[in-house]
Ligand binder design. Structure first.
Ligand SMILES: [Zn+2]
Length: 301
């Protein structure tokens, strides 16, 4: 088993790479064997995670990687891009622009920022509250890896820009699709029709409250409806475990409820009630935090 993620073949030639506890990977990635070539979807958050992902892809398929897909711009799905600098990187133009503007323009200042964050979490390690100490330990592992990457950082942007779809046709057909933006301004997912598998990127969160800070909840629900019309039976989410299409179905009423609250909620966002049936989901802070961020942008769609 790899050190930074777990890997499972969820459908023939389709592998889910689910982020582990090491913090080198935070969002999930995936590997698709076309029968002739190898596609990797998302590049993890660190170069050490990405290098392990690439070598696992080559080991599992027996071929070198020819294409990386960036489902969206968030760093937990793209900071490993530089490990794939010699292959085609596919994304939308909006995503490419966002990766570029998110990248540190001043590496020294970025390094100092990470050092300051490390110092504050080191202080939190002394907290009396156990949950704070656990959080601090996890964040420190992640920050140390990000700090190591500062010294070797190379901007690596997508070079194959799509506006609706890109089809790879080998022994099987693989469709790289975008229906616009839901989780971010622009999201791509991958559809493997012969096994009815969707690699959802962060359009899919499973067992965890979805991150909505950059989201458009109503559009997100619409995109999920369209993905479900394809008839998927296997879904690899951007966060959480792979399962069937039910995980996407659960998110539609979730975003509809979120959208309704954005229209008429007048209380404090911190006190907003969680949607019914999500009591067991992780990351419940994402709900109020996301709604507040969207409300403060003044855009509700
Ligand atoms: Zn994301």
């Amino acid at each position: 088993m790899p050190e930074h993620f777990s890997v499972s073949e969820v459908a023939s030639g389709v592998y889910a790479c689910v982020a582990g506890a090491s913090q080198a990977a935070v969002g999930n990635a995936a590997i698709v064997d076309t029968g002739a070539r190898t596609i990797v979807v998302d590049s993890f958050m660190t170069t050490v995670g990405a290098a392990e992902l690439r070598s696992m892809a080559e080991q599992l398929t027996g071929r070198s990687v020819f294409m990386l897909v960036n489902t969206h711009w968030h760093g937990d799905h793209t900071y490993g891009n530089q490990v794939f600098a010699d292959v085609s990187i596919v994304a939308t133009e909006s995503t490419s622009r966002a990766i570029s503007s998110d990248a540190p323009s001043d590496l020294e200042a970025y390094g100092a920022e990470l050092d300051a964050a490390i110092a504050s979490f080191e202080a939190m390690l002394k907290s009396d509250v156990e949950s704070e100490r656990i959080l601090a330990e996890r964040r420190l592992r992640r920050l140390a890896l990000l700090r190591e990457d500062v010294g070797i950082f190379q901007m690596t942007l997508p070079d194959v820009l799509i506006d609706s779809e890109l089809v790879v046709e080998d022994q099987r057909r693989v469709e790289i699709l975008t229906y616009g933006g839901g989780h971010t301004d622009s999201d791509v997912f991958v559809w493997v029709p012969d096994v009815r598998a969707v690699i959802a990127g962060d359009l899919g969160f499973h067992g965890k409250h979805p991150r909505m800070v950059d989201a458009h909840p109503s559009a997100w629900a619409d995109i999920l409806r369209r993905i479900l019309e394809l008839g998927p039976s296997t879904v690899i989410p951007g966060h959480g475990e792979p399962s069937d299409e039910g995980q996407l179905e659960l998110l539609i009423p979730y975003f509809e409820e979120a959208q309704g609250l954005l229209a008429d909620y007048s209380g404090e966002w911190a006190n907003v009630p969680l949607p019914q049936g999500t009591e067991e989901w992780d990351w419940d802070h994402h709900y109020s935090q996301g709604l507040e961020a969207i409300a403060s942008r003044g855009a509700t769609y």
